[in-house]
Design a protein around this ligand. Structure first.
Ligand code: 0RA
Length: 635
């Protein structure tokens, strides 16, 4: 059974795959490591669809020692017979025709959903692979199909024997030449995290993950789905009540599944998904869920508490200590936002609100002890909000004269034009001093930070406002904070975090990002927050010198210099550079490199503290070192 006639159809196929290779970014978002792993999601999601359709109970993902990856499931197996209309088999269609993934099932293809960039199809994976191989077991027979050179070369489907099993196995070796230079292998952590989340979101599904490079063999299987998800997030936290509140149902064709719990810490931890895809920027499903909690709890108080105990909770009160997972499935999701990760479908807000309100109201009435615990917990949140309000009013009163309230240690810039102005938030007084001397004083303001930055994740707002460094940042930016933050009032166009390239530096950077994420989120959403990139090394040969910003860059420069005599100076901190050097390497808008902070990255910083809260210092430091690169876009 072969099909390699060189007819007009196959020419079209080759042109399609060629287009993918020419502009891979159009199909997989980008060619960095996210793009590489996108290939894996593309294949795994097809197997998950087969699970959702009710046919596959197990998916296995194996990273092979040769760098390829293999994804198999025990579903029906992709059909291999030649389709009368298209003249080629479903299997070849999926692997060679753009946008064919999953769509060939026809009217009875089951409940198919897709989101964002996902679902561009297995053919894109084929196009971007050195080789790709499919093994299908169906109707007692075993078939193979192999493509080389990005789908250009194939001998067609081969029947290779009989079998008692059924399922689909797709293996491929990505063509690493297509990706950025620093992308040359699959990362265990990225794939493990995604597969584990998929297992939580698809209760009962077994996902085996093996990494043959490191002899890792794991099983992700969660019979209680989102309940297990919330329990696992909260294992280390003290709870307000032990039970996880859980509901699932379908309303107006939208499947809604929620699980949540209150913990004693003040943090808010929301994980939302649309069609099994993480929505880091939230959207209407999250809004609807929060609407429901606010409405239901306030109604419960009105109906069940006496006059003396009455209180009206604000949305922020309800968020305190809330850990929630919201997962919806929608036939036609629409996404918006910085990373196209925010659900935009307006109807979803009301549907989720109504569904969760109905179920949560029942729960509160049936569980008076838990309800009492929640109300008591939220009452302390509301009280501290009111204390913070008083503190805020005090700041506002003090600021009737604008200039008197700018922090004393701020060296402001002379321009007021936000198109060009920037503020450097600098770790330490000595670096602050060099920055102040080296800067372009027309457009660059310097705010040195001396004391410890307080952890915004762990500390309640009224105490946060007692911290001098936090107050300095808020007044220097000049746009308020939290609910009353007005990004248009910000006094600078760019806010640049400049810390040492060591553990303490990344710790401080993470703390700052956590603060900005929680209280000035719009600045991140609008792309106003950056991380300065000081060099790690200076390499000096004779009269010339070079700066290296990464270990790899240093190695490359040393190699290029060959046997020549040279010396290397390692910069441990910003303070080791004089003002000229700091300007030249890190601050000069014409030469420097800045990293733009995205919502995804800031949220990660926020979650780092969430997940490490209360743990001892060593693993925390390790974790910060590993995750020190908190931003991902060069500017
Ligand atoms: C549609 C129809 C049929 C199988 C599949 C899709 C299918 C696709 C994938 C992708 C990865 N694993 C898969 N497993 C199955 C067959 C319908 C039938 O047998 O009647």
């Amino acid at each position: 059974m072969t099909n390699n006639n060189y007819d007009s159809d196959s020419i079209q196929v080759l042109e399609g795959l060629e287009a993918v290779r020419k502009r891979p970014g159009m199909y997989i978002g980008n060619i960095d490591k996210r793009g590489l792993h996108h290939l894996v999601w593309e294949i795994v999601d097809n197997s998950i669809d087969e699970h959702l359709a009710g046919y596959a109970s197990k998916i296995e993902v194996v990273i092979k020692s040769d760098g390829s990856i293999e994804v198999s499931d025990n579903g029906r197996g992709i059909p291999v017979n030649i389709h009368s209309k298209t003249k080629i088999s479903a299997l070849e269609t999926v692997l060679t025709i753009l946008h064919a993934g999953g769509k060939f099932g026809g009217d009875n293809s089951g409940y198919k959903v897709s989101g964002g960039l996902h679902g561009v199809g297995a053919s894109v994976v084929n196009a971007l692979s050195t080789w790709l191989e499919a093994v299908i077991e169906r109707d007692g027979k075993k078939y193979t199909l192999r493509y080389d050179q990005g789908g250009e070369v194939t001998e067609g489907i081969k029947e290779v024997g009989t079998t008692g099993g059924r399922g689909t196995k797709i293996s491929f070796l990505p063509n690493f030449d297509i990706f950025n230079d620093d992308v040359f292998e699959f990362e265990y952590e990225i794939i493990a995290d995604r597969l584990k989340k998929s297992a939580y979101l698809n209760k009962g599904l077994s996902i085996v993950f093996k990494d043959e490079r490191n002899n890792i063999d794991e099983l992700y299987h969660f019979p209680n789905g989102l309940i297990d998800y919330v329990n696992d997030i909260n294992t280390k936290h003290e709870k307000v009540f032990n039970e996880v509140i859980y509901n699932e149902g379908i309303r107006d064709g939208i499947s809604v599944e929620v699980a949540f719990q209150y913990i004693k810490p003040y943090s808010y931890n929301m994980h939302s998904y649309v069609n099994n895809i993480y929505t880091s920027e939230g959207g209407t499903h999250e809004q609807g869920f929060m609407d429901a909690l606010v409405r239901t709890i306030n109604n419960y108080i009105k109906d069940n508490l006496n006059q003396k105990e009455q209180i009206i909770f604000k949305r922020d009160d309800i968020k305190e200590g809330l850990v929630a997972v919201v997962s919806i499935k929608h036939q036609e999701p629409m996404f918006e936002g910085q990373t196209k990760n925010k659900l935009a479908n307006q109807e979803v807000r009301k549907i989720v609100n109504d569904y969760v309100s109905e179920k949560f109201e029942e729960f509160l009435i049936e569980n008076p002890i838990i309800s009492g615990g929640i109300v008591a917990k939220l009452r302390t949140a509301a009280e501290s909000r009111m204390a913070a309000q008083k503190a805020r009013e005090k700041i506002r009163k003090d600021s009737s004269n604008e200039y008197s309230t700018l922090p004393g240690k701020l060296s402001d810039c002379s321009s007021k034009d936000k198109e060009i102005t920037e503020i450097f938030i600098v770790e330490g007084d000595s670096a602050g001093g060099s920055a102040k001397m080296g800067r372009d004083r027309e457009i660059q303001a310097i705010l040195p930070l001396k004391g410890k930055i307080i952890n915004a994740q762990k500390t309640r707002i009224d105490r946060l406002l007692g911290n001098d460094e936090i107050i300095s940042i808020i007044t220097a930016v000049g746009a308020g904070f939290g609910e009353e933050f007005s990004p248009e009032k910000a006094r600078y166009g760019k806010i640049i975090i400049m810390t040492d390239a060591d553990v303490d530096g990344s710790h401080i950077r993470t703390l700052l990002l956590t603060f900005f994420y929680k209280y000035m989120k719009e600045l991140i959403e609008e792309g106003n927050i950056y991380i300065a990139q000081p060099p790690l090394y200076k390499i000096i040969r004779g009269k010339s010198s070079f700066y290296a910003y990464t270990e790899e860059e240093k190695e490359r420069m040393i190699n290029e210099l060959g046997e020549a005599r040279f010396s290397i100076q390692r910069y441990k901190g910003l303070g080791e550079m004089n003002d000229d050097q700091l300007w030249e390497t890190t601050m000069d808008p014409d030469n420097r490199k800045l990293l733009l902070v995205t919502i995804d990255e800031a949220k990660k910083a926020d979650l780092i503290f969430e997940s490490l809260m209360g743990e001892n210092v060593e693993p925390r430091k390790d974790f910060i070192i590993k995750n020190a690169k908190l931003a991902n876009l060069d500017v």
